[in-house]
Design a protein around this ligand. Structure first.
Ligand code: UDP
Length: 326
């Protein structure tokens, strides 16, 4: 697709901003809708940023009357699992109900296709790894369920109204723009790699390493860290696939490589040349021992190939961003 116009909802956030960058690099026109509750205007490296809540139906009606989009990417969501347990209403409203409003607007204005940010959290405690898309979905917290419900709505809207979609189930998004212009910046930050790096710079207290008694080779949890640039490329391939007549569906996005928390800590030490200040804490509630993706389907269906499978390189990019950001 050449010189198309795309809508990116939540395009000022961590993953969305990397997609916006990639779309701009491919010379597409991009409209970004973000209320900046978590995103940053400075993360939007191009396109037109509209600061607004996407769940405002009158706003969406006007937007879809003004622009002819070749597709919509939807990233905007609440993502802190522990908060979702304490305040589920916030998650069902922001992630599920708001997306229903979007789906109805897309239906009424016949806009599509839609590429949606889903999560490995839809699987819950894994029954086997690597996890393929046939693995049962059994989300164990409101965050995962709020995303799973959207996947179900997407399937129902696709059958009833022929609205095409792809839901991408991310494993652990990590890394940053290789030129360190944009990267991860959550508040609160709960993710391992930025917490490790900020423990090194002294911006945060020592890392609390959660759990050393898991049934894994070194006793710490294993995760599949996938570079944010590789997530961005998957979104574009998924969108092109749908626009070229491909079928709706759900796809895992991960490297297929598992690294333990200890391996992340050791690799961060090697990359930065610094010890990681850390303390040892009990398990964090709800953390499965091992989450590793089987992403064969995305590779075979729309030709995705992650470019950054080396953990050291992923951490190197995150570190350069950590030093570059203010
Ligand atoms: N983790 C940790 N200390 C922290 C944050 C995370 O030991 O301060 C561990 C966490 O228990 C998990 C892994 O790092 O095993 C990845 O956690 P993260 O929150 O980055 O992603 P999740 O897999 O929970 O989505």
């Amino acid at each position: 697709m050449k010189n198309a116009t795309f809508l990116v909802i939540g395009g000022a956030g961590y993953i969305g901003s990397h997609l916006v960058k990639a779309l701009i690099e491919q010379h597409h026109r991009v409209i970004i809708v973000d209320n900046l509750s978590a995103g940053k205007a400075t993360a939007v490296l191009g396109g037109e940023l509209i600061v607004h809540d996407f769940e405002d139906r009158a706003f969406l009606d006007q937007l879809f009357q003004q622009h002819q989009f070749s597709g919509v990417f939807h990233f905007a969501s609440q993502i802190v699992v522990s908060e979702s347990v304490k305040d589920p209403g916030k998650y069902y409203r922001a992630n599920t109900a708001a997306t229903l409003t979007l789906l109805e607007a897309l239906r009424d204005h016949q806009v599509g296709p839609l590429v949606f940010s889903s999560t490995a959290a839809v699987y819950g405690e894994p029954l086997y790894t690597p996890i393929n898309e046939q693995h049962p979905t059994n989300a164990v917290n409101p965050y995962g369920r709020s995303k799973l419900m959207v996947e179900q709505m997407l399937a129902d809207f696709a059958s009833a109204h022929q609205q095409k979609y792809i839901a991408l189930r991310y494993f652990n998004a990590a890394g940053a723009d290789p030129q360190a212009r944009i990267g991860e910046q959550h508040d609160p930050e709960t993710h391992l790699i930025p917490l490790v790096l900020q423990a090194i710079t002294g911006k945060r207290p020592p890392l609390q390493l959660f759990g050393q008694d898991y049934d894994t080779p070194d006793g710490t949890c294993i995760r599949d860290y996938i570079h944010v640039e590789d997530l961005a490329s998957a979104h574009i391939l998924a969108m092109n696939y749908l626009n070229n007549g491909g079928e709706s569906g759900v796809f895992n996005l991960g490297n297929g490589l598992g690294y333990s928390v200890n391996e992340v800590v050791q690799t961060a030490s090697k990359v930065t040349g610094e010890e990681v200040p850390r303390t040892y804490a009990p398990r964090r509630a709800g953390d499965p021992a091992r989450l590793v993706a089987d992403a064969t389907l995305a590779k075979n269906t729309f030709g995705w190939q992650p470019q950054y499978s080396d953990l050291a390189e992923i951490i190197q990019h995150a570190w350069a961003w950590e030093l570059a950001k203010n």
